[in-house]
Design a protein around this ligand. Structure first.
Ligand SMILES: NC(=O)c1ccc[n+]([C@@H]2O[C@H](COP(=O)([O-])OP(=O)(O)OC[C@H]3O[C@@H](n4cnc5c(N)ncnc54)[C@H](OP(=O)(O)O)[C@@H]3O)[C@@H](O)[C@H]2O)c1
Length: 329
């Protein structure tokens, strides 16, 4: 069935400026780490991309290794782009990354120029694109000089194969260094992609300050802690959930009694706000103005619809924030 984008797709989404750059990102972006591989149902992938775009989600986040098998999320996204979204390329911000194991041998992992440049070429081929909007160094490499990794990002910018570059999983200190090196090249770091949620608050301890100082945007991944920050695990592990899937990254043993107790209490606070826990978890990470966009994952269309409604209530009272801090202690 052919797809026609909803006429009203820009009516309700909020678009936030990414740091001090010219680029705006939707307050909620969709990541294709899980549920878009060859192990998944392509028609469900298509429906999720369509619904997301219809709701104003213009940013889709990928990486070379997303699948499984690695690379298949990019290939599937490429198919959907070609068949359904071809006329909308200039309305989309598409990102990819390299930094984790992608192919055997010494050139298919980490942060060398050799790896990053050739990996992006492969990603472009899989997605059928001439350029990505954002290309990331997926993780810092302790063995490659950071000058080389940033030099590779700068090279990619100058080749025109990415419009912007970013970093992911870099510490506050590594981020400051990366920004300074890119500036020396006459380029800039657009954005940082860190893990951040109510269950993982490490970026509050320095990284957010660096991003604010440097005018770099922030797009936290796993804002729902892979689904733990929803009500889905409160009554056991559903058969169709990430924790139950053999290829899911969420291990069952992470859903401990202690975590469930916190989730249950958070779920009550969300209820008092007339939100689902998923919605409150997204609103909570967006409460800091330095956070540009919440990078969610979904396994079905209804989750996208529910999560976008988080934007209906982004305000937190002092009392609510205190209650949440108390629960998370
Ligand atoms: N840079 C990095 O190193 C890095 C690392 C990880 C992720 N990422 C990026 O971040 C994106 C998001 O990661 P994530 O998928 O772990 O994010 P997440 O939003 O924390 O978790 C998504 C999962 O939560 C469940 N869920 C979502 N909405 C729900 C709702 N309303 N009710 C109940 N369950 C709901 C779904 O799992 P079920 O399958 O159980 O339904 C969904 O797949 C990735 O796709 C990727 O782009 C980046």
């Amino acid at each position: 069935m052919s797809y026609k984008a909803a006429e009203n797709r820009y009516k309700t989404m909020i678009y936030n400026r990414c740091g001090s750059s010219g680029l705006k990102l939707p307050a909620i972006s969709l990541g294709l780490w899980h549920n878009f591989g060859d192990v998944d149902d392509l028609s469900n992938c298509r429906s999720m991309i369509h619904r997301a775009f219809d709701l104003g989600i213009t940013h889709f986040d990928l990486a070379n290794n997303y699948g499984p098998p690695p690379g298949s999320a990019e290939s599937n996204f490429g198919k959907i782009l070609k068949s359904d979204l071809k006329g909308h390329r200039d309305e989309l911000v598409i990102s990819s990354k390299a930094g984790y194991l992608m192919w055997p041998g010494p050139y298919g992992d980490w942060g060398s120029k050799k790896y990053l440049v050739s990996s992006l070429d492969q990603s472009l081929e899989r997605m059928g694109l001439d350029y990505v909007d954002i290309f990331y160094s997926h993780r810092p490499d302790p063995e490659t000089p950071i000058e080389e990794t940033m030099g590779a990002l700068d090279h990619i910018l100058k080749q025109g194969k990415a419009l912007y570059v970013g970093i992911s999983n870099y510490s506050a200190e590594q981020t400051r260094t990366a920004c300074a090196i890119l500036k020396e090249f006459g380029s800039r770091c657009l954005i940082h992609q860190p893990n951040y949620s109510m269950l993982n608050r490490w970026i509050e301890d320095g990284l957010l300050d660096v991003l604010g100082d440097e005018g770099v945007g922030c797009i936290p991944f796993c804002p729902l802690a892979q689904g733990m920050l929803t009500d889905k695990y409160l009554k056991g592990i559903p058969k169709d959930s990430r924790a139950a899937k053999p290829h899911g990254f969420l291990q069952k043993d992470r859903i401990t009694e202690e975590v469930l107790k916190k989730i249950d209490s958070l779920n009550r606070v969300a209820g008092e706000r007339n939100q689902s826990l998923a919605q409150m978890s997204i609103a909570w990470i967006l409460r800091d103005r330095r956070v540009t966009s919440a990078l969610i994952g979904t396994s079905r269309v209804e989750q996208i619809e529910q999560n976008v409604k988080a934007l209906d209530n982004l305000e937190f009272s002092e009392e609510e924030l205190k209650k949440i801090d108390e629960i998370l202690k």
